[in-house]
Design a protein around this ligand. Structure first.
Ligand code: ZN
Length: 154
């Protein structure tokens, strides 16, 4: 989630996104960063939707369908069914940034993700393990960068 918020604040800071989109896009990014792990009953979102998480995990496994480019494209397009105009753009961009940041974070681990699901090949950058010192350092660094970027815009 910290990475997704850092990406949204970075987009605003770089001028790629209007400042007044920050609350909506930031909230959408926070939700989007949790969505891929709906395939894991022990995840934050999976604990809220245990039956759905169990079904997805049993049918396709962890870090497969919900960690694919297909799922990313779907969550980017879904807001356009219910929303329009700048709100749709802000929500779509935010949820897309959040979702993509989650996929990138998982791709940095040795387990990787099935980015081209249903193709079985896993994509992994093998930079660090989940829960390692590097993982925590990245979390705190990105959180600090996000807070600094937001404060500099106020
Ligand atoms: Zn994940």
């Amino acid at each position: 989630m910290a990475f997704s918020l850092a990406c949204v604040t970075g987009a605003v800071y770089a001028g790629a996104m209007p400042v007044d989109w920050l609350p909506v896009a930031g909230a959408a990014a926070a939700v989007g960063s949790l969505l891929p792990d709906i395939d894991e009953p022990e995840s934050k979102l999976g604990r809220v939707c245990v039956p759905l998480a169990l079904v997805i995990k049993l049918l396709v496994g962890h870090r497969t369908l919900t960690h694919s480019a297909l799922a990313l494209a779907t969550v980017i397009l879904l807001p356009w069914i219910w929303l329009s105009g700048e709100l749709a753009i802000a929500v779509s961009a935010g949820v897309g940034i959040g979702y993509a940041s989650h996929l990138l974070g998982d791709a940095m681990t040795p387990q990787g993700i099935q980015l081209a699901w249903p193709q079985p090949a896993r994509f992994s950058l093998r930079w660090f393990r989940t829960g390692s010192a590097e993982d925590h350092l990245a979390f705190f660094g990105l959180s600090a960068a996000s807070i600094a970027a937001v404060l500099s815009m106020v």
